[in-house]
Design a protein around this ligand. Structure first.
Ligand code: ARG
Length: 457
């Protein structure tokens, strides 16, 4: 194995141990950030005259070349390198010679990997925010396109009241907006430069850490060298934000999966996002939605793994911390794959109007509207609940609808019932009479759609 240490060792290391401790197989994903961090560090070393200016210039030039190779995919990682930091260091030496040996002045891999991981998290949190906004846009477009469709809404998965389908969809837009807020919060706290904290106690060399911070466009310079190398809160926070976003995605999938069943049949998903059965020729299965729902399970799992990984580690750096990366990369990559997929899937959803119309035929959906009709006439909400409850029970027992009850029969339930109560028994009326802020009132939902469109532009 190629390593940056070894002179104090006598024996050779075990091949099994080398394979077990190596991280190049996954931490090569940090290469870009490693180069950027090293370039800023080299410039600082030169500016502070810790190393000669010409060496600093050679380091920056060599690192630039490596960075361009990484970005164009031409860079080849040596699987024999212990980790990404070693790999780049070794390549740099081959490229520029002796000056490369001065790069690792006033830093260690402990602060280096902490910086790389922070930069990775910031970059990907930004991407996730943009992708989440993309999904929000798809949902808002869908809501706008089907703004007049009225569907049953559920509590306990029992049909409850009527709402606009667009109102239902905008609930998810709210969730994803909170998710974006969490990612912004992650970025804010992660933007703290640990480089220059060295192994754990800082350096006796005249470094200028703030210069590196500014070069990297980070918001702050860490103020405790021990915390700087021991902290992985930022990874845990990002995974937590990912886990919550995943939970929202999964609930959205669950709603859509229910809606495409033959029993609901409210929507149709484009064939491009479904698969068939190898035995049942009639089947069209929503596998993409199921796999998004399934894949999001790994987020809380990985989040728990990292909380457990970190909770018993003494200060400061421990090699256990290397294992934050597979969890981090796996979750980031999975979410970044699923968000655009979901956004695309939304564009092909068709609404099955006639089937939805059938699903809202029952007049039980109006029970609260009738209750509030009585409240408006001065009946207490408790009494109104009893009156409507008794009325619903009679309808259920007799197998009739509320509109089948004669005006005289209605009066028996409450003297306050007039014939106008039957005007409430229409889906359009049920949503239209809602007036509380944030309700499913079509005017309000329309305003919400407009305001989201503006916000997401
Ligand atoms: N591969 C290591 C990690 O990801 C880099 C830091 C190694 N530091 C050390 N003292 N061995 O954590």
């Amino acid at each position: 194995m190629t390593k940056l240490w070894g002179s104090r060792f006598t024996g050779t290391s075990s091949a099994l141990a080398e394979k077990f401790t190596s991280s190049i197989a996954y931490d090569h994903k940090l290469a870009r950030y490693d180069c950027l961090g090293s370039m800023a560090h080299a410039r600082m070393l030169g500016k502070q005259k810790i190393i000669p200016a010409k060496d600093a210039a050679a380091l920056v030039k060599g690192l630039k070349k490596i960075l361009s190779q990484i970005e164009s995919g031409r860079y080849r990682f040596d699987p024999k390198s212990e980790d990404v930091h070693t790999d780049i260091q070794v390549k740099l030496k081959k490229l520029i010679g002796q000056a490369a040996d001065k790069l690792h002045t006033a830093r260690s891999r402990n602060d280096q990997v902490a910086l790389d991981a922070r930069m990775y998290c910031i970059d990907h949190a930004r991407r996730i925010i943009a992708m989440t906004a993309g999904l929000q846009k798809s949902i808002v477009d869908f809501a706008a396109k089907h703004s007049r469709v009225i569907i049953p809404a559920y509590t306990h998965l029992q049909s409850a009241q009527l709402v606009l389908m667009s109102h239902h969809m905008l609930a998810y837009v709210e969730m994803f907006e909170r998710d974006k807020g969490r990612f912004f919060g992650c970025i804010k706290r992660t933007s703290n430069n640990p480089l220059g904290s060295c192994a754990l106690s800082g350096s006796s060399l005249p470094t200028d850490r703030n210069f590196v911070t500014i070069q990297l466009g980070l918001a702050q310079t860490s103020q405790n060298s021990m915390d700087a190398v021991a902290d992985r809160d930022f990874v845990i926070e990002l995974l937590s934000a990912i886990a919550i976003t995943g939970m929202h995605l999964s609930r959205l999938c669950e709603d859509l999966i229910l809606w495409v069943t033959a029993e609901f049949d409210f929507i149709r998903i484009d064939d491009a996002f479904c698969t068939g059965s190898s035995i049942m020729p009639h089947k069209k299965n929503p596998d993409v939605l199921e796999l998004i729902r399934g894949n999001t399970s790994k987020f809380p799992g990985r989040l728990c793994e990292l909380l457990i990984l970190m909770k018993s580690l003494p200060l400061t750096y421990n090699r256990d911390m290397q294992l934050d990366k597979p969890a981090l990369f796996e979750c980031v990559e999975a979410l970044e794959e699923m968000l655009p997929l979901m956004a695309q899937l939304f564009k092909g959803i068709k609404v099955n109007g006639p089937k939805i119309a059938q699903a809202i035929e029952s007049q039980h959906f109006y029970s609260v509207d009738i209750l509030e009709y009585l409240v408006k006439k001065g009946v207490s909400s408790r009494d109104a609940h009893d009156i409507v409850g008794t009325m619903v029970k009679e309808c259920l027992d007799k197998g009739v609808q509320i509109s089948d009850l004669s005006d005289g029969r209605l009066k028996k339930f409450s003297k306050h019932f007039g014939p106008d109560v039957k005007k409430l028994l229409k889906p359009e009326i049920s949503v239209k009479i809602k007036r509380s802020t944030g309700s499913t009132n079509p005017g309000m939902v329309k305003n919400q759609i407009a305001s989201w469109k503006k916000k997401l532009k």
